[in-house]
Design a binder for this molecule. Sequence first.
Ligand code: MSP
Length: 523
Amino acid sequence: MKPYFISTAIDYTNAVPHIGHTYEKILADVLARYQRLRDREVFFLTGVDQHGQKVQQAAEKQGISPQAFTNALSQEFLNLWKELGISYDAWASTTDPIHKSVVQKILSHLLEKGWLYKASYQGYYSVRQEQFLTDKERGVDGAFGDQWGEVVFLEEENWYFRLSKCHSWLLSFLEKTPNFVTPSFRQSELKNAVLKMNGDLCISRPKSRLSWGIELPFDPEFVVYVWFDALINYISFAGYLQEESKNHFSTLWPCDAHLIGKDILIPAHGIYWPCMLHAMGFSDDQMPHLLVHGFWTLNGEKISKSTGNVFDVHQAIQRFGLAALRYYLMRDVVMGRDADFSEERLLSRYHAELSNGLGNLLNRSLGMVSRYRPEGLLRVSLTEECTTLLEEHLNLVHRYCKEMDSSLVHAGLETMVEIVTRTNVFIDTTAPWKLAKEPDQESRLSAVLMTLLQSIRIAATLILPITPDAGAKILSQLALEPLVLRDEIIIPELPEKYFAGRATPVFPRLLEELSTDATISPK
Ligand code: MSP
């Protein structure tokens, strides 16, 4: 089976990572870990976008080289992903010589095939924002606003990619590939944008105003436009155009999910990228799939360094713990929709579903096993009430897989919560503490305890991709392996004589003061 290839957007290294980048990387990590549980080989690519105007400007401000500046910021991302347990397989950094050489090879190829041309462009240019302005940027009075600073009329030569030549191809591709973008309402937005698209894409910047980029192999006075460079990371770090020995590209491509935020669908990923691939000679069934997530706000406002509406993710991990943060970010948002970060909701989800839910079920159950079977739990045949419950659980596991296959992690987690709830009801109805007092119920009690252990094993398996450390801790306390989520799911038998590990709280309650005095200070 083809390995599951998931990539995230590569983050700009002009600022430190915030909760938006964090959410995206955790979501990709969860989907990658889920596929591994499915026993599928995974290639998870993430990284940093290191070229461009903003990096050059920020470096200039600090009086250091762009390379030194971007290295330091890239390290911030690497550190955070390590702290968050992001299990990526490959790291894309666009200043990597291999990436640069692939970008240059692609450009030469596109030139050869007639996809690129040089032309001069005349227009109004904002010196402050270093970009050409169009009539769209004019205010109601017809003037360019103060935000553009000094605006001059400029004529500049540049290289262009014949995007307009792809127009009808892209429209027909979208028509016949309704699931190119998920969620589907984003594909409709994309189609509308494609209908309005016109003109070609300027893919170069003269070195006189931007030197921090990849040089055009056939015109050294220019560097490549940062988006053209960045999008290519998805193939350059997957082995495209590389020596035979390193080339696993044909087994990996197409990418199963480019996970991106809604702000970079149009035009970059939805228009430029498929057109670039089409021009490079990729066929329609070699197009990747785009998985588009929504935006997080903080206190209902846009997350923004300049307004101070941002918080330190390291501090959030310290305060809530990794499990609570990862769980909340995956549980409290509908994939594709926006969400507002709320500490109150984080605490209430965590306490209700993890501390009082799964965590408490684990403690209670292990407590009963060691209390009622201190000499070990001998395997018995399960009674009907037990097999019925486990069958219901298995149905929920199948639902979990269906939701996770559609990247609906919040809905997948609902099944985990339901398994815990049903198991608690099972404890109340079978009342093991009563069975323990009745000698003729010995075998039934063993069956009930075995079913509790199996139920928790199932719930722990489902939570493994979301909170890997906590999931592994639960399984180690159970002294059981997780399930393998193949198409046919089998619950392995317990050993003939079972001894549980020691019960220690996996989801400790967070300090009560956090519920009332819960503010994360701005960085
Ligand atoms: N460098 C480009 C991507 C190039 S991909 C070939 C970029 N970088 S970014 O740092 O600005 O954003 C990285 C990712 O974080 C994007 O997918 C973006 O949508 C996502 N987010 C940025 N802010 C976000 C929120 N507030 N909420 C959720 N995701 C957000 O764009």
